[in-house]
Design a protein around this ligand. Sequence first.
Ligand code: MTE
Length: 311
Amino acid sequence: MPKFSYPIPRTAEITPKAAFLNRRAVVAGLTAGLATGLAGWPTIGRAQPLPGFTSGPYSTDEDLTTKEVATGYCNFFEFGPAKDDPAQNAHMLQTDPWSIMIDGLVDRPGPIDMDDILRRFALEERIYRLRCVEAWSMVIPWIGFPLAELLAYAGVGSGARYVQFESFDDVSVMPQRARSLLDWPYTEALRLDEATHPLTLLAVGMYGDVMPNQNGAPIRLVVPWKYGFKSIKSIKRISLTASQPAPTWHVKSPREYGFYANVNPGVRHPRWHQATERRLHDGTRIRTEMFNGYGDLVADMYAGMDLEQHY
Ligand code: MTE
């Protein structure tokens, strides 16, 4: 059973604001490094520290997955289907400049750029469990801020009930995605109460560093009580809607990829047995917990729902 230390933040590790505001230089350095044409991005040696974050709530104290594993064993199908494809191919992604378009039922529609995001929202580290529907799991120290803060900034319009996310999509940057299986761009969606839940994070870094491209740079979603495919990478657009969107994997195979996709060992999956999971850091197999162990924080949102029916 995972142990969480919430809601009291762990030790604060505040870095001077000047260093934090220097992110542009960090990203510029990163881009320049890539432009030198060094192959095999990223290596651990080239990771860029992300300054200016504190320790946030809801962290588990379980052993971390190593950074090598979390950055080398990835699902980012735009960059190819094999687990090591994203680490090999995602160097093509240019993450500076970057903006997210916020539209639909919001009071302040329009683009917001990464520098503005990083100035406005305080970053915190949160160590979350990540459970993939393929029955493996990791424990990752993300750095980010609650999605709720961005939505409050945009102003949730009356009638908004869902939030849809769309990933970056450009076949010239992601030639591997042409021969892959999905309808691009990759989209995902949450109900508004899920999107504004304090656990739901927009992550811009991991392991103390700027988010590696293959993990969804420069900004991705992390929803720890749901299967990993809900945690969409390299977000370019966030739209608030009145009706339930149709996310990419859900459209592809609704039985395998439910709209809710809450981690649930009781739901029969046609391909992967969900009762247990393989932890990638030590290869052990553990029992899968309902809501990935976050039930005391999220179960209320689904009171009265048949969670097998509404997988
Ligand atoms: N986002 C995009 N745009 N494309 C993807 O293929 N894969 C999803 C999710 N986000 C995916 C994505 C899946 S299936 C998982 S398990 C997680 O990202 C994996 O995140 P990680 O590679 O950082 O561990």
